[in-house]
Design a protein around this ligand. Sequence first.
Ligand code: ATP
Length: 202
Amino acid sequence: AEFILGLTGGIGSGKTTVANLFHEQGIELVDADVIAREVVEYGSVGLKAIEDHFGSDILQADGSLDRAKLRERIFTDESERLWLNNLLHPMIRQTMLSSAKNADSDYVILVVPLLFENGLDSLVDRTLVVDISPDLQIQRTVERDNVSEAQIANIIASQISREERLQKADDIIDNRGEIADLKEQVNRLHQYYLALAASKAP
Ligand code: ATP
């Protein structure tokens, strides 16, 4: 696809729910979380680079990445965290972009939780933010994941602020209402994006 939409929003805002509604309209999705796992999967160039750098201790017995160990290494050493980001971020960027270009739908959606935080908005033609209040983010995520409110509050605090995210958004979906209300907003935006994609097509 020529036209790339970046979909983002804070934790528990409804990104996955919204993405699935666009998918129901025939729009292909590229999920940043999936790609972040693919670039370090068994046998990948990324995993080989990590093994060369940290030693084979960083692998589990089956040869796959020991994520807990890697998390610990970069948590306790800022320079290692930077090294890892410098390795993975360009790979993730490249893979997302080529997957997006290869998508066959009229436009394609990159679903990226940290779109603005990681500067990935530069890859897309337009950004769509799913917005709810922090109270609702906590309520829905606690209900979904059975985690503590404090844990979610910490994650919210680590992400870009609601105000800044909304200020950067080209388009906004208000997800405080019911799913029927969400569908209506998605379908309206879908028509709009079809028109934008058609005017960008070669
Ligand atoms: P994360 O950032 O954690 O991956 P997300 O942004 O992808 O989350 P979802 O998983 O889509 O968010 O939604 C969070 C939870 O809220 C899910 O359990 C989902 O079913 C629920 N939810 C989403 N939209 C609504 C809504 N309009 N009304 C009620 N529940 C909703």
